[in-house]
Design a protein around this ligand. Sequence first.
Ligand SMILES: C[S@@+](CC[C@H](N)C(=O)[O-])C[C@H]1O[C@@H](n2cnc3c(N)ncnc32)[C@H](O)[C@@H]1O
Length: 357
Amino acid sequence: MFKAKERVEDPATLSESKAKIISKELLGWRRNKMKLESIGFYTLSDDRCKNGSHKSPLWRTEILLGDKCNFKCPYCRTANNLYNRQLTKDKLFFILGNLFDIKIKNIRFSGGEPTLYKYLPEAIAFCYWQNIKRIAISTNGSADLDYYKKLIDYGVNDFSISLDACCGSTAKIMSGGIDMFNKIIHNIAELSKLTYVTVGIVFDENNINQIQETIKFTHNLGVSDIRIIPSAQYNKCAIFNNFNFEFIDKYPILKYRINNFKAGNNIRGLSERDNSKCPLVLDDIAIAGNYHYPCIIYLREQGGPIGNLNIIENIRSDRLNWYMKHNCHEDKICRNNCLDVCKEYNNRWKEFNDKIN
Ligand SMILES: C[S@@+](CC[C@H](N)C(=O)[O-])C[C@H]1O[C@@H](n2cnc3c(N)ncnc32)[C@H](O)[C@@H]1O
């Protein structure tokens, strides 16, 4: 209901503030009903959340294979990390072997640009033979289509491809001067016919004015889902209040993000109401070099590792210790950067059970 102080003279502003309140109410309604699995981030589910602990299955790891990249995206933070140097083949296979021993379920390879990593196909084949359910790679989409098809043959069943523009000139700005737009969109369209492909769109002051066109353009490429996110440095909401995508129901992650934007919720950062603990660290691991981190965002923002990977038995207990001691509200990286979907999981976890606290 409208309170007196929310009444405004200008009818245009009035309808906007009304729309905001209504969409907030809708969001609350949706939250109460929505299961975590319907957000579209495939490893997140109500069941995982109810049962998540340092003893539950390890749902996911994201491994940064190294900092080498053929793009120079001005906003990219990954390359700066001291720990993200190129993994040797021996080290990577040692890490994978350890992860298989502790029964990892899903693996994502990222970087840098993972397609520049010489041993990627072998690593994928290794995962495939260990029955890893979801073998994902995050790529800028610039490798040859035949190479991507080979990765599918070896076992990749999930591509996340970065595309920050709907035209070559903006793509060039977003990638730091790289002119490969046509090849990338061709790859996205072709790979989308073969397997699950999501496109990640990072926006900042250089492409925010084209965000809606970029979403429509991506939709026309036939992808499985679309993830929009402000760059960590930009960290602003995109405005979607007057915009309706007729295709929105096809894309759970896009729908989730747009609803958050419409409700005026920033994608990044914690509020006082959010869980100060991060149960996600208990069964989700980010890896770079010989170290494991709370999450990829934490690593990108130059947060330190939780521990090293030398002794397999220590990995989960180190993560449990970190979880017990860590207060996300007191950590600037978590406070400013924690993503909507992670907050949603951690808040829901707290609601479901507080068994470790
Ligand atoms: C660092 S890239 C590595 C994988 C691959 N080279 C690619 O382009 O997807 C992984 C993802 O991190 C995103 N990313 C990097 N720096 C970021 C930042 N400062 N803010 C938001 N996203 C960022 C990229 O856009 C990309 O979607």
